[in-house]
Structures are given as C-alpha cells and as structure tokens.
Design a protein around this ligand. Structure first.
Ligand SMILES: [Zn+2]
Length: 879
C-alpha cells in the first residue's frame, strides 16, 4: 500500500500517465500476492490444526458414534488434511477455482501460472513465506479478510446449516471441496465392511421390530473392537473439536447428530396396499399370455452365462480389489482343436475339423425374422396396447403415491447413512464414445500444446507430401494464437438438430478432416500417438475423481481383418489401461458407404472382417497375443449410426449376407441379428475356454422405426437411448418386465433428436424402467470438466430429482455396466446381485432400502399379474 501511495503521489506530482499505469499493475500484483499469502496461511493452519477442517459436516456427526475411534481417526485426518491440500493444487479433474481462473487467460500466461501454482498451493515453510512472498509492511488485512473470516466469524451459523447441506463452504477451493474431502477414503470404506455392519443391517432391513434396536446398539461395540481404542465420553469429544481454535468452536448441532445416532425409524415405511385384488378378465388374461410369450422368446435368444460371476468367484475380502499390476502381460494359453467356418453369415463351430456336429447352435435368420414379426404384430395390436398403457400409468401412479408417503423417510434414511452422499457413490458413464470422450476445452488445450511443443513432428501424408504439424496449420492459415473453442467448432448447436450428418461433421476440429485424422484417430501416420496421450489424460482425470467410471466405445469398421490387431496394438503399446475404464466395440452400420467406394463386395465381407479374427484369437490366443490381452477388457459390442435413415423392414426370408451385394444398407434388425448370432456363438466358445464374454449392447431407439427396439428386445443385453419406447406402450411394458437396461443421454438427445423437456426419462424413471444416465459425446455436448456430473446435475435440476433418485440412477449404472464382479462388489455391496433390499448396501450406494424394496415389490406384483400368479421369480439378478 505504501508503494501504491507513493506511486499515486508521484503520478499526481509528475502527472505522467506512465506512472499511473505502473501503479495499477503493482497494485494488482501485490493484491494477488496478498490473497495468495492469506490462502497459504489458512492452509498452513488447516494442515497443522488439531482437527480436520475438511471433515467438517460429516465428521462432527460421526464423532458421536465413532467416539471409540477418536484417537486413530485424528491421526488419519491430519494426514488426510495435508494430502488434501497438496492435491488441491494439482488435481486435473476437479473444478478448481484457481486453475479455472488461470485457464481463462491466454495460453502463455497459462503455462506461467501453472508452474507457479503448485509451489504456492502446497504448504509453505515459514522461510519460504518470509522470503518468497515479500509482504510490504503496513498493508491492511482488509482485502484478505473475506475468504478466511467467513469461516471464523460466521463459523457457528454456517455449521448449523451445513449439517443438512451436501457441501459446506469450508475450504479456500470452494467448488472442489465437496469432492476432495472424500478422496482417499477407502480406509473408511473398509472400516465399515470389517465391522460386519452391513450384514446385520441387511438381514433385518425394512422390518419394524425390536431387532433394529439391537443393530444400532451393537454398533459401538463392533467399532470398538475394530478400532482398538477406548470410547471417550461425549464431552471430551466436543472439547477435541474446539481445540483447534475458534473456527471449530461451534458445538455440533445435536439435531443433525441425533439422526445418525437414532434408532432407525426411517427404515419403516408405508407399503402400498393399493393393488386391488386384480383378477384379470378373460380378455386381459389373453393379453398377459401373449406378453409371457414375448418374454420367453427373449429368454430363448439371449446369451446368459452358465455360471454367474458371483458363483464363480466368492468375494470374502472386503478391502479394495488390488489393481491389476500388469494388465497387458500375455500368459500363453492353450490352443484348442476347435474348427470354425462361416455358413450363411453365422460362424459354425465344431469340436475339430473331422467332426460335423455343430457346437453352440443359434437360432437361424428365418426364425429370428419370424419372431421379430410376431413381436411387431403384438406391439401393434390395439387391445394389447390398451392393457399395457393402463399398466404403465398405474406403475407411474404407484411411484407417485410412494413418494407422497415415504419421501421424507427416504431422505431421513439417507441422512443416517454415514459418509455417503451423491458425490461419493460410484457412477458409471454407461454410454460414451471414445473419440468424443474429452471436452472441447481439453481438446483445444491439447492441440495448442502440441503445436507449441512438437511443431516439426511429421503428422500426416496429404496430397502427395508429408506434412509437419506446423505446415498443416500453415496450410489452414491458422496459428496457435488463433485457436479458440469457437474456432474449433466441435460443439453441437441448433444446426445439428435432426441432422445426424451435421453432428458427425462436428468431429472435425475447425471443420477440417485432417485435424480429426491427426488428433482423433488411432490408425494415422503417428500411429495414434496424440489420441493415446489425450486418452491417458482423460484416464487420469477419471482416476482423480475416483467415483466416476466410464465404458468407452471404440470403433471397428469391418473394412479389413487387420483392424483388430491394429486397435489392440494401439491399446497395448500405449498401455491404455485404467481401473476406471472398460471398453466396448462399436460397429458403424456403413455397408453402403464401403460398397460404394468398392472396399467390400457383399455384406458377408464385413462380417468376415469383424468376427473371424475374434474366433481365431479365441481358439488360439497365440495367433493374436495383443488382441487376446485387449479382449479381456472388452465387455460389449455396439451398433452405431443414424437410426433415422429410412430403411425397408426386413421380411421373413432375407437374402444371406453373401447374397447381399446391392448398394443399399441392410436394415437395423438385419445387422442386429448377424452381430447377435456370431457374438452368441463366440461367447459360448469363450465361456467354454474360461475366457471373458462380450455382451451385445447396441444403440437402439434413438430415432427411426420402432422395429429397432423390437429387435433389440429379443437379442440385446441392454441398449443405449431407447427414447422411442415412449411411442410403444407394449414394448415399454416389456422392457420394464424384462428390466432391460437403458443408458439414456437426454442432453445428447436434446442436440439431435428430442428436446430436453420432451424426453421420456422422468416418466421411465417413475415407472421403474431400469435406466442410467450417460454422456454419449462430451466433446460435442458438455461444457465442464466432469461431463457425467453435468449430465446428472441438469437432469436433477430440470426434473427435480432428489438425492435418492440420483443415487438410485447411479446404482443402476453400476449394475448395467460390464465391470468385474469384484469391482461391483466393492462399489455397491457384496451381495449386489440379489434382487430387492438384500442386494442393497446403503453404506455404499446411499440408496435407502425403502426405495429398493418398493421397486422390487412392484416389479414382483407386476410379473405375478402377467404370469397370472404362476411366476417363479428369481432371487438374483439376471446373469
Ligand atoms: Zn451414442
């Protein structure tokens, strides 16, 4: 301030504008230094403080129950406090106010600031503070007060409100705190699992009775056993809170703490007895019999594993599964004598070359198309539509009544689940395309940094010459400085609505296919090095957020058989592996395009290129070792492209793929059948050999004819989108009864096919369809660093979804995903595969048993109605 005053005086005296300008800059600089100093002091205090600042809300509540753990816990939280702030500077994935501010500035500043921040954000030693940040004497603390003092002055009032708020303003990096405070909390996870709390809790859930008392009374003892430390009287705990200074002087709010200590009244709920004693009349009974037949048809097609994963591998160790130390290590596996050949578009497998008995027979095309037509007739019949529509409305109303009666109880149950909230329950992005998995800002920054650091890298062969990255940009008359998100122009806008073709063009940065080839392809001149580096950055963002996982869909086109080896070597050589990621293979339905440019002669060529390498590597892993290793991380097969293109409905007798030599693209259901049939056979063979299997999870019902959804009802494990189910009550009811997973992306639909406010998501959710939220294309659609949370956030706001709804959707996403049994057990509970509340662990999912039991009860009633009281319903989920 002295300097400031002197400069001002000089300015006044000399009247030179130059000085005034310099004063302004100095002032700004000192201000920012000062602010930073204040932050550093705050951090220092927190890191050294006696109790955890970041624990805030949840800790205080836990304090009552965990009194016995206190000593060990304090040490733990101190460690955590320091680690937390260290991360605060470097976290790549979390919204970070400081970094975000730095990003907005120009690129040059960007680098400078990023170098500066890590040093300044870490806990500074006293010497560093004195030397590194010269504070002009006599500066008033005025400017620094807001951030620090909010906590110290209004501490108590904030605390009070904080008990019921998911996030509380307790750290300098405000927006990051909600996520950060829960990171590295696996130790706490394990604590709970160790205590066998879950089991007792589950066994007695939902009942009103004296047992409940005993569970909650048993808790302190078990924790005491676990934490080997004596329990402290409550008074001393409160003292331990106030030790750290006035900031923590507030007494824990007894009301909120009571919720955690209380006997679990909240687990009682009002069961709906509104189901009238429904005796279907003769006409309805007829309809139900037809629905039964449809469900049985699906069962006859679908690939199910002979032995469920939970039967193969019993999880007893509740700790975090160890990450695979060498995910790409190839251990030689035995070649078998199996012989296979394509017959009319479907691979036939024989035990060996001499034997003629076909193993793993699958329904042939004629049967499939006949059954498909049966389904199509069913969904068009007036009387069946009426009955199904009526049932769906009733399901919806049942949910509404459930909410009216039990919403408060659900909320209370969630409050009483310690530690968990929406931010730290696991959620899987069940549908996201790998080439659009980064957001536009991320891609822009990556392109700029490559242009700066590797301008002379030869990246592309175009028009007869090799070009360096610099030359490519010169040929486009662009410099790094010119580039902005606007110029990049990869974002969907109003021009893409109902224009899938235009949406696809958005994959070209700056409208240039050459930039797409350089940065977003893995089979280019630099062997996909840039895309691999980008992918690794996305992986580390995911790992940083810890509670978010993704299933990336990556293309195999079927133009040549070597595509598989090329893709596998790209994955393996670049070591693209993350515990948070599995892969799906997507097949674009582009036969007509390849046919036109003469790459293929018949549809059979595409099937050969896609499936023969898979059978080769399954019979003899040695033949494609990298592909063999990669396939362990592939969990699904997808079909993609514009569903709104007109197509002719297949007849019962279609030409075989070898006969399909015309220039027209086959219909969706034709693709679907041949992919399904080959995958079914492949899975049977892989299962026989003890290998992982690949589920059929195509895009369906995003647009186009209803028969896409009819086909996938028969053959798909689960699907992406499914918004067209709103047009067919019968199919919608069947998808509900079969609980087929839908990975819905309302924001993506909003850019392409259906306005957000018309999306059937909330209706499907109320009716109890098995749905999850997914992002589809973050590059084109989302704006923030956490696209999945953005998706949840917008849905929550616009459709008024409660925390309970969000956690239920998140739990669905884990169940729908293809992650391993061990990971699912760890993420959502050891008995997750059981239907109903027995399969729910509120300590991991934050979904109240009330909600799960309600869904299960209603589904069972509905199934019993359709099966006229004769249904034999499984206690476990479908394999
Ligand atoms: Zn998609």
């Amino acid at each position: 301030m002295d300097a400031y005053a002197i400069h001002l005086a000089m300015a006044a005296l000399v009247g030179a504008s130059f000085v005034a300008v310099s004063a302004y800059y100095m002032h700004r600089k000192t201000l920012s230094q000062l602010l930073e100093f204040a932050r550093t002091v705050e951090r220092e205090r927190a890191a050294a403080g006696d109790d955890d600042e970041d624990g805030g809300v949840e800790r205080e509540g836990e304090a009552y129950r965990r009194s016995s753990l206190r000593r060990g816990h304090q040490q733990h939280s101190r460690r955590k406090g320091a680690g937390y702030y260290r991360r605060g500077g470097g976290s790549a994935s979390l919204p970070d106010v400081i970094l975000a501010a730095a990003e907005v500035d120009g690129e040059e500043e960007d680098e400078e600031e990023q170098q500066m921040w890590p040093a300044m954000n870490g806990p500074l030693s006293a010497a560093a503070t004195a030397e590194g940040l010269p504070i002009p004497p006599g500066l008033p603390r005025l400017h620094t007060v807001p951030e620090g003092s909010k906590q110290s002055i209004h501490g108590s009032s904030i605390k009070k409100a904080g008990h019921i708020r998911p996030t509380s303003p307790r750290s300098p990096v405000a927006s990051a705190s909600a996520f950060e405070s829960v990171e590295g909390s696996d130790e706490e996870d394990n604590l709970h699992s160790d205590s066998k709390l879950d089991n007792t809790y589950l066994n007695t859930n939902g009942d009103i009775g004296p047992e409940h008392k005993s569970i909650y009374q048993a808790m302190p003892n078990q924790i005491a056993d676990n934490g080997d430390s004596k329990s402290l009287p409550a008074a001393s705990m409160i003292r331990s809170h106030s030790v750290s200074g006035n900031m923590h002087g507030a007494q824990p709010d007894p009301v909120a703490a009571d919720i955690l200590r209380k006997e679990p009244e909240q687990e009682t709920f009002v069961r709906l007895k509104i189901t009238p004693s429904e005796t279907p009349n003769a006409d309805e009974a007829e309809v139900y019999k037809i629905l039964q037949k449809c469900l049985e048809l699906r069962e006859s097609y679908l690939f199910r594993e002979e032995v469920a994963p939970w039967e193969k591998e019993v999880i007893t160790d509740p700790s975090t599964p160890k990450p695979n130390p060498s995910p790409f290590a190839y251990t030689p596996e035995q070649k078998t004598d199996h012989f296979f050949q394509m017959v009319d578009g479907v691979v036939h497998v024989y035990a060996n070359k001499e034997l003629t008995e076909r193993l793993f027979p699958v329904a042939d095309a004629t049967t499939f198309f006949t059954d498909l037509h049966y389904i199509l007739r069913v969904i068009a019949a007036g009387n069946i539509r009426t009955v199904c529509h009526h049932r769906l409305c009733l399901l919806e109303q049942k949910f509404n009544i459930h909410l009216m009666l039990n919403a408060d109880r659900e909320f209370l149950a969630q409050k009483s689940a310690p530690h968990r909230d929406f931010y730290n329950v696991r959620k899987v992005d069940t549908h996201v395309h790998h080439s659009a998995c980064m957001n536009q800002k991320h891609l822009l920054r990556f392109i700029k940094s490559k242009l700066r650091k590797e301008p002379d890298e030869v990246v592309i062969f175009r028009d007869g010459t090799y070009m360096t990255l610099k030359e490519v940009f010169e040929s486009l008359d662009l410099s790094g400085y010119d580039l902005s998100v606007d110029l990049l122009d990869v974002h969907a806008d109003k021009s893409t609505f109902h224009r899938f073709d235009k949406f696809n063009l958005k994959y070209n940065p700056c409208g240039q296919s050459r930039l797409r080839e350089i940065f977003l392809k893995q089979d280019n001149l630099i062997q996909g090095r840039f895309l691999a580096e980008l992918t690794k950055q996305v992986f580390s963002d995911l790992a940083g957020s810890k509670y978010q996982m993704a299933e990336y869909r990556i293309s195999i086109y079927g133009r040549k058989q070597s595509e598989w080896d090329q893709l596998a070597s790209w994955i393996v050589n670049n070591e693209l592996y993350s515990e948070n990621v599995v892969w799906l293979i997507q097949i674009p339905r582009l036969y007509n395009v390849y046919k036109e440019i003469g790459i293929v002669t018949s549809f059979q060529n595409i099937l050969d290129n896609i499936f023969l390498p898979l059978f080769e590597v399954t019979v003899d892993p040695e033949s494609h070792p990298q592909l063999h290793v990669f396939l362990k991380q592939v969990v699904g097969l997808d079909l993609v492209d514009d569903e709104s293109k007109p197509e002719r409905r297949p007849t019962k007798h279609m030409p075989t793929p070898a006969q399909w030599t015309n220039i027209f693209n086959p219909a969706f259901s034709y693709y679907a059948y041949y992919c399904y049939a080959n995958l079914y056979t492949l899975n049977k063979l892989r299962e026989l050999k003890g290998m992982t299997t690949i589920k059929f999870r195509p895009h369906a019902g995003e647009a186009g004819d209803i028969d896409h959804l009819a086909a996938t009802f028969l053959v798909a494990h689960n699907i992406a989108h499914g918004i067209n189910l709103r047009k067919s009550p019968v199919l919608q009811h069947l998808y509900y009864l079969a609980q087929i997973g839908l990975a819905m992306s309302p924001l993506s639909n909003n850019s392409l096919f259906l306005d957000y406010h018309r999306n059937p998501f909330p209706q499907f959710f109320h009716r109890g369809l098995n749905i999850s939220l997914s992002t589809d294309d973050p590059l084109q659609i989302h704006l923030t660093k956490e696209p999945l949370v953005e998706e949840y956030s917008i849905a929550a706001s616009l459709w008024k979804l409660t925390a309970c709804d969000l956690c239920e959707i998140a739990r669905n996403s884990v169940l729908q995903s293809g992650f391993s049994h061990a990971l699912k057990s760890h993420w959502i509970g050891r008995t997750y595969y059981k239907r109903g509340p027995d399969g729910n662990d509120i300590h991991k999912t934050n979904v109240p048993h009330i909600r799960v039991e309600f869904r299960d009860t209603i589904w069972r009633e509905e199934m019993q109605l359709v099966y006229l009281g004769m249904a034999d319903l499984p206690e476990e989920l479908d394999k």
